[in-house]
Design a protein around this ligand. Structure first.
Ligand SMILES: [Zn+2]
Length: 256
């Protein structure tokens, strides 16, 4: 078998297409539910971040079990998807961003493997939180799938599950954030701690709170746009993971 690759599917991408079977992977941090591919996809492992029924809220996702399961399965390359709110003017609902930076405002989550237990103490460098080789490949190969993608963007991660206030989004914009979501952290950091090349594609499913001045009510999530994009998104992710060998990129040498 060729090198196995991993996809973490966020909201709107809860399960892979046909040809995958469900598998429970036991880890020291709990069980993870993954889908392993068969036939043409036997190199692919798919993790449904919120569970197949989309019933695990962002603050209760067992990020450590998910990432450790991928590591135990021998996976070195992962691309994740995120449903996000657009903060920057050029990220309306239905547009995609290959994120390159993260601001972490989460709290109360199990956010590290290096908690002084069996894996000891280690400070993983995180200056560049996303694997540059994978991100550049996403940007370079997206046109071949007719998928417009913003080549970079800063993801600000709130704890949720409530949406943000208009003031919190104004603050986020001042801090340089382009999209807002609830799941990139601690996921990206945990991948770095285990030496996994990790990149993410954020898909805007709504404007962030207060951005659309005409809109004062509850936010509605436009998963229709995400579903429409899915037919291009997953093939792009597979193509990038299969054709990019990021091992020389150096992002994981900084880790364990
Ligand atoms: Zn890398």
């Amino acid at each position: 078998m060729t090198q196995r690759i991993g996809i973490i599917g966020g909201s709107g991408v809860e399960r892979p297409d046909r040809g995958f079977r469900e598998e429970i992977v036991e880890t020291p941090f709990g069980d993870a539910l993954v889908w392993t591919g068969e036939g043409n996809n036997e190199d692919v492992v798919f993790v449904s971040r919120h569970g197949v029924a989309h019933d695990v809220p962002p603050h209760r996702v067992n990020y450590r079990a998910n990432i450790m399961a991928l590591r135990q399965l021998g996976i070195e390359r992962v691309i994740a998807t995120f449903a996000v709110g657009g903060i920057a003017d050029d990220i309306p609902p239905g547009s995609a961003v290959a994120i390159d930076q993260i601001i972490d405002l989460t709290s109360g989550r199990e956010h590290t493997f290096f908690d002084g237990g069996a894996m000891g103490l280690h400070h993983a460098p995180f200056t560049e939180p996303v694997c540059p080789a994978l991100r550049e490949a996403i940007v370079g190969q997206a046109p071949g799938f007719e998928l417009p993608i913003r080549p970079a963007g800063t993801y600000i991660c709130f704890n949720g599950p409530r949406f943000e206030t208009a003031a919190e989004i104004r603050m986020s914009r001042l801090l340089g954030a382009d999209v807002v979501g609830m799941t990139a952290m601690p996921e990206a950091a945990l991948a770095r701690e285990l030496g996994i090349h990790y990149a993410g594609i954020a898909v805007s499913v709504n404007w962030a709170a207060g951005i659309d001045a005409a809109y004062m009510g509850a936010l509605t999530l436009d998963f229709g746009a995400l579903q429409a994009m899915r037919g291009k998104l997953l093939p792009l992710i597979l193509d990038v993971l299969r054709t990019t060998d990021p091992r020389a990129c150096g992002c994981t040498e900084l880790g364990t």
